[in-house]
Design a protein around this ligand. Structure first.
Ligand SMILES: Nc1ncnc2c1ncn2[C@@H]1O[C@H](COP(=O)(O)OP(=O)(O)OP(=O)(O)O)[C@@H](O)[C@H]1O
Ligand SMILES: Cc1ncc(CO)c(N)n1
Ligand SMILES: [Mg+2]
Length: 544
């Protein structure tokens, strides 16, 4: 793949004369045409070109392989995926119960719809169940050339059911494979392509790769997922000159249904983004290995071959089971914020301090460890998170988004000069809690725009925990609360002697107080927290 590959030959049927109906309806196409005449296709400043894979494959009703796997794989690799469906299968984790082949004319029509309208970078093929379908596909590829073609020569499902019979072999060998940039047979498919001799070892796979390359594809990847008695999972890539043995550990799981489709789609997606074949194959193999590992214990269906989870990268967002998933503003009632200097002064570990605060009734905890080494901070965060979750209390990390991500904390709290809240939101995803320190109504408004969940307003009173921190006082706090669309927690110099004056401020979104010294700079954190909690609970009751 070189840079010039981005300049694709555009089929003339895409473009119409300036007076034609299409160009009137869609001014963007006319613009593309003018630019295409000047050799390069560039988009308007505000337009984003999305890498695009078209998959030509069968539907798997069980959702694990075929079109469904292709869509998930491309989405997981952040590539757009359009679909031409060649067959509808009735399939589950037990096997294939039925196959309904789409008539070749209608496959041709789907191909025309997509390829005449959309800029497709890479075509990936899966189940091609009839010689007629192979033929119309090859015709379309000649009419609408794309940058790369990935052929997964799907023939037999892992359950042993035939997905496309020997009648397609001639079309594969004579027409399709010579157009392919890469073909990805598993060991059984490699054997079928070569006339039936079974593959039993990596050296058989190398020999097969060489023979299949003689059929015309530029690269051959023989997949070893089904190689018997193998402790690792080795695939062999042959580019005509070099053999590459790509190894990964074999994940011990039943959930390998759809690995072949996913691997081919991933390769297509990486090629669409501009990777070389070797880079694309390596990245895709890594993706499969990680996905299988994350999904090894999934239980979907009663059969012997289950599907796996393509979106393991979203795991942090979706599997926070011990805490109620949505942020509850009432958790801000007693917000305990740790301080490493105070813990050192009293000879306590972060964990002991957090435990005591939770037992005393803290409703949310923030680790604010300004002068602790990263590794120590992360280790502490992990154990604190366990304790917090066992009590159903959210744990927030001050400032350090990396630490929050690494330990899967419930959220982060950022100041005005830390990572901007909208960046924190993007990095952490939609479900995590993002809090922002604000002193002014403008900052409160910005926090809301940035997608924060709450704001911390202060310092309300002078404090020793933060140097050079100007105070906003009760009036400033009230002003910010009135301007804020988000719930507010007051912070700065707050303790049992003044907490009631804060809770008396008559604004519904002022939810509680955040406290450092009044909890952690005390001989007994448990007692200090308990006292403050009962005072705040009373005040909150009166507020209602
Ligand atoms: N248990 C496993 N652990 C790690 N990698 C695996 C495992 N099973 C398969 N793979 C990998 O997944 C990819 C697909 O391999 P496989 O040989 O299973 O394809 P396939 O038989 O076409 O897939 P399908 O099950 O979708 O028909 C290869 O990269 C292979 O090495
Ligand atoms: C539709 C379909 N395509 C491909 C495979 C191969 O895994 C399958 N089982 N089903
Ligand atoms: Mg397999």
């Amino acid at each position: 793949m070189n840079e010039l590959c981005h300049i694709r030959s555009i089929p003339s049927s895409c473009f119409c004369s300036p007076n034609s109906k299409t160009s009137q309806k869609n001014p963007r196409q006319a613009l593309v045409k003018v630019q295409a005449n000047r050799v390069s296709i560039s988009m308007h400043n505000s337009e984003m070109k999305v890498p695009h894979v078209l998959t030509v494959a069968g539907s798997d009703s069980g959702g694990g392989a075929g079109i469904q796997a292709d869509l998930k794989a491309c989405a997981a690799r952040r590539v757009y995926c359009s679909t031409v469906i060649t067959a509808v299968t009735a399939q589950n984790t037990v096997g294939v119960q039925g196959v309904d082949i789409v008539p070749e004319e209608f496959v041709a029509e789907q191909l025309r719809s997509v390829l005449s309208d959309m800029h497709v970078d890479v075509v990936k093929t899966g189940m091609l169940p009839s010689p007629g379908i192979v033929k119309v596909l090859c015709q379309s590829l000649r009419e609408f050339p794309v940058r790369a073609l990935v052929v997964d020569p799907v023939m037999v499902s892992t359950s042993g059911d035939v997905l496309s019979g020997p009648s397609v072999l001639a079309g594969f060998r004579e027409e399709l494979l010579p157009l392919a940039d890469i073909v990805t047979p598993n060991i059984k498919e490699a054997a079928v392509l070569l006339g039936g001799v079974p593959l039993r070892s990596v050296s058989d796979m190398r020999a097969a790769a060489k023979l299949i390359r003689d059929m015309g594809p530029r690269n051959v990847l023989v997949k070893g997922g089904d190689l018997p008695d193998s402790s690792d999972s080795t695939d062999v890539l042959f580019d005509g000159e070099e053999f590459y043995e790509l190894r990964s550990s074999r994940v011990n799981t039943r959930n390998t249904h759809g690995t072949g489709c996913t691997l081919a789609s991933c390769i297509a997606a990486e090629l669409a983004k501009g990777s070389s074949i070797l880079e694309a194959v390596r990245a895709s193999k890594r993706f499969i290995e990680t996905a299988l590992d994350y999904s090894k214990d999934l239980v979907i269906g009663n059969g012997t071959q289950g599907p796996f989870d393509h979106f393991f990268a979203l795991k942090n967002i979706s599997q926070n089971s011990t805490r109620q998933d949505k942020f509850n503003p009432n958790d801000l009632l007693l917000y305990a914020v740790t301080d490493s200097r105070m813990n050192r002064k009293w000879g306590r570990s972060i964990l002991d301090a957090v435990k005591a605060a939770i037992e005393g009734g803290a409703t949310i905890v923030q680790l604010r460890e300004k002068d602790v080494e990263t590794q120590e901070f992360l280790d502490a965060a992990k154990v604190c998170l366990e304790v917090c979750h066992s009590y159903g209390v959210p744990l927030i990390i001050n400032d350090r988004i990396d630490v929050a991500l690494a330990c899967d904390a419930d959220g982060v709290h950022v100041g005005q000069s830390d990572m901007p809240a909208h960046v924190a939101r993007t990095l952490l995803g939609p479900e995590k809690i993002v809090g922002v320190s604000c002193k002014t109504p403008e900052q409160a408004q910005q926090a809301w725009i940035d997608g924060a969940d709450y704001i911390g307003c202060g310092g309300v009173y002078p404090t020793t925990t933060k140097e050079n921190n100007s105070t906003v006082g009760l009036d400033g706090l009230k002003e910010v609360c009135l301007a804020s669309k988000l719930p507010v927690v007051a912070i700065g110099g707050i303790g049992p002697s003044n907490a009631h004056s804060i809770m008396e401020i008559d604004v519904p979104n002022l939810k509680g107080v955040a406290v450092v010294s009044a909890l952690f700079d005390r001989e007994c954190i448990l007692t200090a927290t308990r006292n403050l909690h009962s005072l705040l609970s009373e005040a909150a009751k009166l507020k209602k």
